[in-house]
Design a protein around this ligand. Structure first.
Ligand SMILES: [Zn+2]
Length: 257
């Protein structure tokens, strides 16, 4: 993929025009846009949640995006995984996503990693990143991501969905509960039924949280779990706290200054 060769200290004329409608949000401004431009974000899992998360990160102008997925596009993915189209069936999800993200915003750098999140690879994948969107579909991989992010002090924007329900939280190492505090045991996940618009919403919530944190605004889901019920259009913001006995985040200190 073509690298972003533009200077990170200024916005080009084209960038000013591209991002005008978000830069002009009260309290946002060019300085916050430049923070997005300098940011490196990983989207772990490019399924239904990862599709919308990565698309909105790309169009918002996150300077460097890495998409990780070892899977290939299947027909049963297409009700929700909107970055993958019928012509992509049987091809790499990471490449399918990266190709379109680059077309969505040629000003950013997009890297495709066709691999799984494993204990052997995760630290290297996460090193130097400003945040990771957890759009994975299984608990063993989510735990591996959580544990590595705690070690490196990388914020994790966790998003999950099932049926009409979204659950999301923002994990800041040393500040908030980690995924293991929240879910000490793996939830059984066979084939999860899911509506595409709900998966999209999960991704959008995580991406909005990531953009806020990167831009220097307060993430709303810090120490809170959002439970959204799309069937009845109801949501709950549940206060959550660290488990002092959690073996994984005990002793982890914050990078926040
Ligand atoms: Zn914990």
């Amino acid at each position: 993929m073509k690298e972003n060769k533009q200077p990170l200290t200024t916005l080009s004329q084209q960038e000013q025009e591209r991002y005008d409608r978000q830069v002009s949000i009260k309290g946002f401004g060019r300085k916050r846009q430049l923070k997005l431009k300098k940011a490196r974000i990983i989207v772990a899992g490019i399924g239904g949640v990862g599709s919308s998360a990565s698309m909105y990160l790309a169009v918002a102008g996150i300077g460097s995006l890495t998409v990780i997925d070892s899977g290939e596009v299947e027909l049963s993915n297409l009700n929700r995984q909107i970055l993958h189209w019928e012509k992509n069936l049987g091809t790499s999800k990471a490449l399918s996503a990266a190709t379109k993200l680059k077309q969505l915003n040629p000003d950013i750098e997009v890297t495709a990693r066709e691999e799984s999140i494993t204990e052997d690879s995760v630290l290297k994948l996460l090193e130097g990143t400003d945040g990771v969107i957890d759009c994975l579909d299984n608990f063993p991989s989510r735990y591996i991501l959580n544990d590595a992010a705690l070690k490196l002090g990388v914020p994790v924007f966790h998003a999950a969905c099932s049926g009409f329900e979204v659950r999301a939280t923002t994990i800041i190492p040393g500040v908030t509960p980690c995924l293991r505090c929240l879910y000490p045991r793996e939830l059984h996940q066979a084939k999860v039924p899911i509506l595409g618009s709900i998966a999209g919403m999960a991704g959008n919530i995580a991406t909005t949280e990531a953009i806020k944190l990167i831009a220097g605004l307060e993430p709303t889901l810090k120490n809170r779990l959002l439970i959204y019920d799309g069937l009845h259009l109801r949501y709950n913001l549940v206060n959550i706290s660290r488990n002092p006995d959690c073996l994984f985040c005990k002793g982890v200190r914050t990078n926040e200054g």
